[in-house]
Ligand binder design. Structure first.
Ligand code: GTP
Ligand code: MG
Length: 204
């Protein structure tokens, strides 16, 4: 899929502030600093679209970006940033979970995992929660450029095989790098195939 146009739409602190239209939405989530905003900019080939930062905890709101006037990318705050106060963490968690559970337009969640790290409990809990809540999701390994190509695939496969302990059917996964644009076409094609499916279903 080609992205011809990507624009910031709105930042929302609550679900009720999110856009009122019904275009499909693809949300990006993961630990603070995993590379959500960088991945979004890479996918859109649009530097500065989503705000990135070397300091964790940059994204604090639900950020909508409208793509090709047809669908939305949603940049969510990171979870599990220890330096936040408990009150702020609880508030963010409430914001994220109400968005994920109640937003009807939400079509797919991309859960981002830093490819260099072995499975962490917080990601595992989040993935298990998505599964139990029947939210469709895919996994995107980020920062692939930090590993050699051969190691990259190995790490991703090892991670996925650990998920098999609890999941019979594994979600799709992608290996990405915002620096090197790895995974761009695969992720965009995946989104396009879901958008097509939605269009076809609505015509039936
Ligand atoms: P929060 O909004 O704070 O939760 O962070 P985020 O997940 O949006 O991460 P962000 O995109 O701001 O990136 C965090 C840091 O990781 C920045 O210093 C980025 O430059 C760096 N980074 C992100 N993606 C990549 C990547 O693919 N490769 C490398 N080498 N660095 C990356
Ligand atoms: Mg961010």
């Amino acid at each position: 899929m080609k992205i011809n146009k990507s624009e910031f739409s709105i930042s929302s602190a609550t679900l009720s502030q999110c856009p009122k239209d019904t275009k499909p939405e693809y949300a990006f989530i993961g630990r603070s600093n995993v590379g959500k905003s960088s991945l979004i900019n890479m996918l859109c080939n649009h530097k500065g679209l989503a705000k990135t930062s070397a300091t964790p905890g940059k994204t604090l709101l639900i950020n909508h970006f409208i793509i090709n006037n047809e669908w939305y990318i949603v940049d969510l705050p990171g979870y599990g940033y220890a330096k936040r106060s408990k009150t702020q963490r609880d508030k963010l968690q409430q914001m994220i979970s109400s968005y994920i559970l109640q937003r009807k337009q939400l079509t797919n969640v991309f859960v981002l995992i830093d490819i260099r790290h072995d499975p962490q409990q917080i990601d595992r809990e989040f993935i298990d929660w998505l599964g139990k809540s029947e939210i469709p999701f895919a996994i995107v390994f980020t920062k692939g450029d930090k590993l050699a190509q051969s190691k990259m695939k190995q790490q991703a496969e090892a991670y996925m095989s650990k998920l098999e302990d609890t999941w019979d059917i594994l979600p799709p996964y992608f290996i990405s790098s915002a620096e090197k644009a790895y995974g761009r076409e695969e992720i965009l094609d995946y989104i396009e195939s879901i958008n097509e499916e939605i269009k076809n279903n609505s015509q039936e």
